[in-house]
Design a protein around this ligand. Structure first.
Ligand code: G16
Length: 594
């Protein structure tokens, strides 16, 4: 496995843009904009054997808290950081077994709680091609996390090994990274304890965005193959995106600066580094909310989730009419855009709008390139605005599938298309090109100069878009590339369709696990009778739609509503929220209409 070291933005700034070259490593120079939480590390090769004795000895330092049942949620385990020590240790063991099962392929571990508040943390596991952990293994991770004592831990490990016919003497390799949360260092230590006890090799990828970790995993596993994804370093990631972006926007007039709210998270230093590599002559951003050393600032009154949920500017924002703005979330895997209209109205361009823009642009390019055998499809969830689905199906005439919340569901559905555009309304998504589509694009020959240009742009798009997971940095460049091409303002982009007014409300209940859904989460099966009550309410509103599901990342139930007018939408959302609170064990304050 390659060594992976931090790349200092100072170095990047001094160096002229030379794609695909590795900078001379300078591992002990701290990044200028962030406190360096750990010394940059290299791959650690461990030669010891996998023994239960070593694991039990190490596990004694990471006991499972009593009376807690852990669940593997939408994106892994996520909760108050103070409860995560044993989880992190056991996730380390699962990662090692998964790697051994896959003949030593690199498995990724990302320590982050993404959009959650700073006191939370969490962990996501990444499979060899950079996608989320295969779902059948979520069950193993959950059983291991809930083993009450060391005997049960060993029994569970033995069962996983037997069921999967794992040869524990095979090698294993882990790549891990973390975001800016103060709880990160302690959790890294728990993870490393497990990996070392299980005798696995590992690499500390350092402070990274979640999508950078996904990228690193895929690169390491495909190195030297026909399917090589890129250089498995941070500068390799920046160079890949920068080269593609430069190519797509070459000869086009650049846009005005983009305000980017980085949620006071890891996206801030990483965006700065990316822009330095691309060059400020090509793209200009004003980074706001980059206070990553300030306690409690992460995701607080800022970031993609705040903007999307509240449909408002972050407090203190200086964005005014004519400005272009975007927000990332805490680990930079979500992106939303927005602007203030001439009448002062806030206008959101969320994941649905990004999906529409991307699908439209790619379909046009495919046609211009003369490779229209390539078919585009879009994947959404129940949170997609009704008018976005109408736009996609009636105007763009693309097939649209609806799946359950969670990138893991959207990603797999998108793989069924030649080009699968998937975005959740919350701004999490990407575009996948099938192996056949990539082959067609790579081998296509233009018969006219226009076709040749379109083919080259399609090729560059396949490098610009992170194929492993939704990535705020890559998605931002995709949107900027499309807007540059069209020379569109955000208002022009927004004109594709008008969102139905919509509202999200969180309700805290005693036990969110009693909420069971069907039909891609659009209907409740349990608690019994609640769906009929919701349906009766919805029927009273013009173009009304509402559904309820338990969050898989927060201890709450989410209520979504849309209707023909803002007033009707708000009323419907809160009436459903009150229903949930009253009939399904609401705790604390009853949802208040605001
Ligand atoms: C995670 C998942 C997303 C999902 C979001 C919210 O995002 O990766 O796919 O949409 O959670 O999930 P829920 O409604 O179940 O809480 P992130 O950005 O927090 O990792």
């Amino acid at each position: 496995m390659s060594d992976i070291t931090h790349q200092s933005p100072e170095m990047a700034a001094r160096r002229p843009f030379t794609p695909f070259t590795k900078p001379s490593p300078d591992p002990f120079r701290p990044l200028p904009h962030i406190p360096l939480l750990y010394p940059p590390s290299r791959t650690i090769q461990i030669m010891s054997a996998f023994t239960f004795e070593n694991i039990v000895t190490a596990s004694a330092l990471h006991p499972k808290p009593q009376n807690i049942q852990f669940t593997y949620g939408t994106a892994g385990f996520r909760m108050k950081a103070s409860l995560l020590d044993s989880i992190m240790f056991r996730v380390g063991l699962i990662a090692v077994l998964r790697s051994k099962k896959l003949d030593g392929s690199v498995i990724g571990v990302m320590i982050t709680a993404s959009h959650n508040p700073e006191e939370d943390n969490g962990v996501k596991l990444v499979d060899p091609r950079g996608e989320m952990l295969e779902q059948s293994w979520e069950v193993y991770a959950t059983s291991l996390a809930n083993a009450p004592n060391d005997d049960a831990l060993v029994e569970t490990l033995e069962r996983i090994i037997a069921q999967n016919k794992i040869d524990v003497n095979k090698p294993s390799n882990i790549l891990y990274a973390y975001d800016t949360r103060p709880s990160g260092p302690a959790l890294v230590a728990s993870l490393e304890d497990a990996i070392k006890a299980a005798g696995s090799s590992y690499t500390n990828f350092g402070l990274k965005t979640t999508p950078q970790l996904h990228y690193g995993v895929r690169c390491l596993n495909t190195q030297g193959t026909n399917d090589a994804y890129g250089e498995p370093t941070e500068i390799g990631y920046y160079n890949k995106l920068a080269t593609a972006f430069r190519q797509i926007v070459s000869d086009k007039q650049r846009l005005s600066p983009l305000y980017v709210d980085c949620a006071n998270g890891v996206g801030a230093p990483k965006l700065r580094e990316l822009i330095e590599v691309i060059g400020e002559d090509i793209i200009s951003v004003n980074i706001v909310n980059d206070k990553i050393g300030v306690e409690g600032a992460l995701n607080h009154n800022c970031g993609a989730d705040y903007v999307k949920t509240g449909q408002r500017l972050p407090p203190g924002s200086t964005v005014t009419s004519g400005d272009r703005a975007a927000s990332f979330d805490g680990d930079a895997d979500r992106l939303v855009y927005y602007y203030v209209d001439t009448d002062g109205t806030f206008r959101l361009l969320d994941g649905d709008k990004i999906a529409g823009l991307s699908a439209m642009f790619i379909m046009d390019l495919v046609q211009a390139a003369g490779v229209d055998s390539i078919k585009v499809g879009v994947v959404q969830t129940a949170y997609a605005n009704g008018n976005s689905t109408t736009y996609l199906t009636k105007v763009l005439k693309v097939p649209v599938s609806c799946v359950s919340t969670g990138v893991k569901h959207l990603h797999h559905e998108a793989e069924k298309y030649d080009v699968g555009v998937y975005f959740e309304a919350n701004g999490h998504g990407t575009v996948l090109f099938s192996a056949e589509a990539l082959q067609t694009i790579r081998t296509a020959k233009g018969r006219t100069p226009a076709q040749t240009t379109a083919i080259a742009q399609l090729r560059a798009l396949t490098d610009l878009i992170n194929q492993t997971v939704g990535d705020a940095l890559s998605d931002m460049l995709l949107v900027e590339a499309i807007l540059t091409h069209r020379q569109w303002s955000l208002k022009e982009w927004d004109q594709a369709y008008t969102d139905l007014p919509n509202r999200l409300v969180k309700v805290v209940v005693a036990n969110r696990h009693i909420f069971k859904t069907t039909n891609a989460e659009r209907q409740l099966v349990e608690p019994a009778g609640l769906q009929a009550d919701i349906d009766a309410l919805v029927a009273k509103y013009t173009s009304g739609r509402s559904f309820v599901r338990a969050s898989g990342t927060e201890d709450a139930v989410r209520v979504y509503a849309e209707a023909a007018t803002r007033a009707e939408t708000d009323e419907l959302a809160f009436r459903v929220a009150e229903l949930v609170f009253d009939k399904a064990g609401g705790v604390g304050t009853r949802p208040a209409r605001v």
